[in-house]
Design a protein around this ligand. Structure first.
Ligand code: PAF
Length: 288
């Protein structure tokens, strides 16, 4: 592959800071798109979305060991930096920041950023310590890059809520954007996990979004929210999912369960085929 056709990469915090310092000195606004690589069209759409707000775009590619649990195989996570940098040439990205593990976590590193309440339930149950790992690395990436704006996909809705919380709590001066959830033609949320589905599971997976849409319609006309959650979970199992981890109608910021829709709320859900956990969520808007 002709590497001159790839987006340039920097691997150290010092180099990244030098580049961003020059951009800021020229009065340019800088955006950050944090990723763990293995980029799909959901990631590319985050780059395109942030482009409307900033002049320069950094895409970080870092498979963060701190957010993997003991039973999650960090070594099997796909690493394809050259392919990722090639895909990014189709976007408005300017720079890739791809630090090594020792650049991010040098000897003696021990600080953690924790958001204990927001990070406890839902994904926190299945992945203990996960959000601490995410919060710590995202804090570092924002502070390393001095980005003015950072974008995170709405598909990982709890992650986005956790990030908004600590950015506010720690007075980190970076605007956090939620990136539109990108869907495949049948409505399945775009995810790097979708490739693990068998053709039959992939076909069934298209029903996830339809079942949640029915729940949203019911919630918006004032039906009982607990009953809607139970019905959606039964429908998912009937459709062929092997397990439903949760279907929960929650406050859009605190993620606490609610009994009545006032303003905007959210349904968040995970349904599985074996070990493949698929995430989805949707906004619910009160009609009153
Ligand atoms: O969503 C992800 O890919 C990761 O959790 C993030 C935000 C890049 C932090 O490692």
């Amino acid at each position: 592959m002709n590497t001159s056709a790839l987006i340039p990469v920097t691997r150290t915090v010092a180099d990244l800071r030098d580049i961003v310092k020059k951009w800021h000195a020229d009065g340019l606004k800088v955006g950050l798109v944090p990723t763990m690589g293995a980029l799909h069209h959901g990631h590319l759409s985050l780059v395109n979305e942030i482009a409307s707000k900033v002049d320069k775009i950094i895409v970080s590619i870092f498979v963060n060991p701190a957010q993997f649990g003991e039973n999650e195989d960090l070594s099997k996570y796909p690493r394809q930096e050259t392919e990722d940098r090639s895909k990014l040439t189709e976007t408005q990205a300017d720079l890739v920041f791809a630090p090594s593990v020792s650049e991010m976590y040098p000897d003696g590193f021990e600080t953690k950023v924790a958001v204990p309440k927001l990070g406890k339930d839902y994904e926190g149950v299945n992945r203990p310590g996960h959000f601490e790992g995410v919060a710590t690395v995202v804090t570092k990436l924002i502070l390393q890059s001095h980005a003015d704006v950072a974008i995170f996909g709405e598909k990982d809705y709890q992650q986005l809520a956790v990030i908004r919380r600590f950015v506010k709590d720690l007075n980190i001066s970076c605007e956090i954007m939620g990136g539109t959830l990108v869907r495949e033609n049948d409505g399945l949320a775009a995810s790097s996990r979708n490739v693990y589905l068998s053709p039959k599971e992939r076909e069934t997976a298209g029903s996830f979004n339809k079942i949640l849409k029915q729940l949203v319609i019911g919630a918006e006309v004032g039906k009982n929210l607990r009953k809607l959650e139970q019905d959606a979970a039964s429908e998912l199992l009937k459709a062929g999912f092997t397990k439903v981890d949760y279907v929960s109608i929650v406050d859009k910021d605190t993620l606490l369960p609610i009994d009545k829709i006032k303003g905007e709320a959210r349904v968040i859900s995970v349904a599985r085929f074996g070990n493949v956990r698929l995430l989805d969520n949707m906004a619910i808007n009160s009609k009153e």
